[in-house]
Each structure stands twice: as structure tokens, then as C-alpha cells.
Ligand binder design. Structure first.
Ligand SMILES: Cc1cc2nc3c(=O)[nH]c(=O)nc-3n(C[C@H](O)[C@H](O)[C@H](O)COP(=O)(O)OP(=O)(O)OC[C@H]3O[C@@H](n4cnc5c(N)ncnc54)[C@H](O)[C@@H]3O)c2cc1C
Length: 414
């Protein structure tokens, strides 16, 4: 990013429009899980702000409609709690195979054997519109204050803690006072503004899952993406056009959106040439579709060698959507900020690296980390004795999570 100089912002008194225990920034799957989990801790006042006008983030607004598995691929369930609740909420009355809308596999809904369960992973495909709506109703039912069209801007910090979150809204800049903050922005925006160490990577490709009407006037879903390990030269050694974007640079975000949309329109043209008729695109992603862009650098950064490693501060677990076998623990130390006592992350921007980032970024794992972060934030906000996430009593947190159907089981990583 080219910087041409600096300007000083005129300071103004910003109106405080709400006083909350927990403020959640970002209403993707991680943010929904975090807000819900925090609100269910008795007496916690929770606010969730979201810059677009829908919940679900990439999962719904990005049309990424596969709720990847809650199991380890060997027939054992490793994700419960809100991760399972949201999966079941996403399921519709009907199955529509060409739109990948499916129900929970029968072996996971009744008394399936381990052998059956190891053949069918515990995953579903959903309709983004109904899932958005159901999540909205669920948050409102849990008395969460929801702000759409509100974009996180910065924080006010005092003695190493955030005392207010500043956001841009239709009423100009507004402040929300808070006792704890959960960063579910997907891009660690709050961490960055709070002075935390963050890590950014490029390598994001063009992609856009979109719906279109085919030549027979039937709605179809197209899961369009460049290969993740894209070839840079052809078989003759000639350079191929290589797309690689970073999600934390304004010009690259715009370029990724423009190139992805162009790819979609070229794809429609190819469908027309192949199938004839007049295919029409009807619903494309309305947010940028970055897989991994910026994350917190926390005390613990999960990596591949942490497969089957137990951490004493484990607050949730996950399998690996790509293959059967691996099980990872998510410790508090990969979620909590280092320098900001009352800031915690969840979802795409928790602290994990390399191939393990690819594991922790998916929908079910975002729900697990969201739930863990939301509960920890509510515990911190409602306990005057604790100043930082690292002061919380871990066994109490684990007990609470397990009582609410979360899975924390040392046996799964033995
Ligand atoms: C092309 C593609 C295909 C994928 N396929 C699958 C798949 O099949 N299955 C699967 O499980 N996962 C898949 N994933 C991954 C998965 O969809 C996401 O990683 C996951 O949904 C991320 O959830 P999140 O809540 O952490 O972040 P996000 O979904 O990114 O949500 C972040 C939310 O925060 C909001 N926000 C951001 N900044 C601000 C701000 N400053 N102020 C206010 N709000 C803000 C955003 O608008 C967004 O709603 C895929 C991802 C991509 C890109």
C-alpha cells in the first residue's frame, strides 16, 4: 500500500450509544456463535456489530454453503455445543442435491455405528437465505443487540484494556462501551487496531460460489475457484497468469473482487457455449472471498505438529475436514490477545499457521472457537476479580462448556 503522507483526524466527542459487557465485532459464523454463547451466560449484555446487512459472513453472504464435518472421519464426534446447534439450525425441510442442500446423514441422527459413521462424515449443505434468517431470529431471541451496517473502526484503550469500541454508522462515528471484546472480523481488525502483533499472508486466489439459472430454467450452484496450489508455468515452461491476493490491503481486496467477478462472467459464457441456451447468474457473493488473510499472533500458534496434542487450557476441539484422523485442541492461548487484557479472537483470525490455518478457518471450527471466546468473554466481563483472560479459572470454563454440550475430551487426542 502506497502512503503519500499523513493527515491528522479532527477529534470530536463521540456519542456512546450503548453500554455492554461483551461487544462482538463481525457477524460471521464465529461472531454468531460468540454472541450467542456470551448472551447465554446469565446477566451478560451482548452487542454484535456487522458491516453488511446479514449474518453468516462467508458462509451465507459468500455462498459457501457446506457446513464441513463435526467429526474426525473415524466415526467420532469432536464438535458439539453451538457448532452442532448451528449445523442443525442450517438444515432445511427439503434436500436439493443440485444446490447441495442436504440433511444430517442418518447414521449421525440416530444410532449409527462407528463403522457407518466413519464412512459418512457429519456434515450438511444449506440454503444461505434461510440460514441467515434463522440465525437472526436466534440472536434476537437471546436478547442480543444487533447492529447492521455498522463498521468497526478503532478502540479506546485504558491501562491495557479496551473500554470502548468505535464504529462507523449511518449516524456517523459512535462508541459502544464494553468490558470485553471478541474479534470475529475474519481479518483481525480489532487486534490490529489494539496494537496486537498480527500476521498477514497472500496466496488468496480468485473465487466466487454463485447461483445461476441454466438453459432448462433450473437453479444451479457453481463452486468456482482457482486451484489453491496454482501452477505458475505451463507444461512448456511458459509463465501462466498467477493470481494471488492479500486480504489486508485495500487495493488487493478490490482486485480480488474484480477478478473473481470477471471469472464468474467468463464462466457463464463457457456454460453458454457448452450447454447452449441463455444461462443467467442470479446470486453472487457480496463480500470479498478471502480464505486466510490476517490473524492474531497469540501466545500459542497452532501448527500441524499439534495434531493430537493436549493443551491444559483447551476450550474446544476440531477434526480436519480434508482427511480422516487428525484432532486438534483449541487452547485459550490461541484465542486471547497478548497485550490487550480483555480482547479475544475467534474464527478465521485465531492464531494458527500453515496447513493448520486451513483447518481452523472452516465453518464448524469457527463455531467452536466462537463459542469458546464468547463464554470466556462473558466470564471475564462479569467477574470483577479478573482483569485478563489469562486470570480466568480454566477448569471452571471447561466445566461450563461441557455442561452446554461442548466437547473437551482428552481421550480424543490420546
Ligand atoms: C471460496 C471459499 C470456499 C470455502 N468453502 C468452505 C466450505 O465448503 N465449508 C466450510 O466450512 N468452510 C468453507 N470456507 C471457509 C469458511 O467459509 C470461512 O472461513 C468461515 O465461514 C469464516 O467465518 P468467520 O466468522 O471467521 O469469518 P467471516 O465469515 O469472514 O465473517 C466475518 C464477518 O465480519 C464482518 N466484518 C469484517 N470486518 C468488519 C468490521 N470492520 N466491522 C464490522 N464487521 C466486519 C464481515 O462482514 C463478516 O460478516 C470457504 C471459504 C472460501 C473463501
Amino acid at each position: 500500500m502506497k502512503v503519500f503522507g499523513k493527515v491528522q483526524e479532527a477529534r470530536a466527542d463521540i456519542p456512546v450509544i450503548g453500554e455492554f459487557d461483551v461487544v462482538v465485532v463481525g457477524g460471521g459464523i464465529a461472531g454468531v456463535a460468540a454472541a450467542l454463547a456470551a448472551a447465554r451466560v446469565r446477566g451478560t449484555r451482548v452487542c454484535l456489530m456487522e458491516k453488511v446487512c446479514a449474518l453468516g459472513g462467508l458462509a451465507t453472504v459468500g455462498n459457501v454453503i457446506i457446513y464441513l464435518p463435526l467429526c474426525d472421519g473415524k466415526g467420532r464426534q469432536v464438535i458439539g455445543g453451538i457448532g452442532e446447534e448451528l449445523l442443525r439450525l442450517s438444515v432445511d425441510e427439503v434436500e436439493v442435491p443440485n444446490l447441495r442442500i442436504s440433511k444430517v446423514p442418518a447414521c449421525w441422527d440416530g444410532n449409527g455405528t462407528v463403522e457407518e459413521r466413519s464412512k459418512h462424515r457429519f456434515r450438511v449443505g444449506f440454503n444461505p437465505i434461510t440460514f441467515e434468517y434463522k440465525m437472526e431470529r436466534l440472536l434476537l431471541k437471546n436478547h442480543i443487540t444487533l447492529y447492521y451496517d455498522m463498521r468497526f473502526s478503532t478502540v479506546v484503550k485504558k491501562n491495557g484494556s479496551i473500554t470502548a469500541v468505535i464504529a462507523e454508522s449511518k449516524a456517523g462515528r459512535v462508541a459502544l462501551s464494553c468490558k470485553a471484546v471478541v474479534d470475529c472480523s475474519g481479518e483481525a481488525d480489532v487486534c490490529r487496531e489494539s496494537g496486537e502483533k498480527t500476521v498477514s499472508i497472500g496466496g488468496n486466489v480468485r473465487c466466487g460460489w454463485y447461483y445461476y439459472i441454466d438453459k432448462d430454467e433450473k437453479v444451479q450452484l457453481r463452486c468456482l475457484t482457482d486451484p489453491l496450489r496454482i501452477r505458475k508455468v505451463d507444461e512448456n515452461g511458459n509463465r501462466l497468469k498467477y493470481y494471488s491476493f492479500r486480504g489486508d490491503l485495500p487495493e488487493q481486496v478490490t482486485a480480488q473482487v474484480l477478478e473473481s467477478r470477471k471469472m464468474m462472467m467468463e464462466d457463464i459464457e463457457k456454460i453458454r457455449e457448452k450447454d447452449g441456451g441463455n444461462p443467467i447468474p442470479i446470486m453472487s457473493p457480496t463480500i470479498s472471498t478471502f480464505r486466510m488473510s490476517r490473524r492474531l499472533a497469540a501466545k500459542v500458534t497452532l501448527k500441524e505438529s499439534d495434531d493430537h496434542r493436549w493443551f491444559d487450557d483447551t476450550l474446544g476441539m476440531t477434526g480436519d475436514w480434508r482427511k480422516a484422523g487428525p484432532v486438534f485442541c483449541l487452547p485459550l492461548r490461541c484465542l486471547a490477545a497478548v497485550k490487550t487484557a480483555n480482547l479475544i479472537t475467534a474464527g478465521r483470525c485465531l492464531s494458527s499457521m500453515g496447513d493448520t490455518w486451513d483447518v481452523t478457518r472452516v465453518i464448524p471450527t469457527c463455531a467452536v472457537s466462537g463459542e469458546a471466546a464468547g463464554i470466556a468473554a462473558a466470564f471475564l466481563a462479569t467477574n470483577d476479580e479478573c482483569r485478563s483472560f489469562f486470570d480466568l479459572d480454566i477448569p471452571t470454563l471447561q466445566k461450563y462448556i461441557k455442561r452446554h454440550n461442548g466437547i473437551i475430551d482428552k481421550g480424543l487426542v490420546r
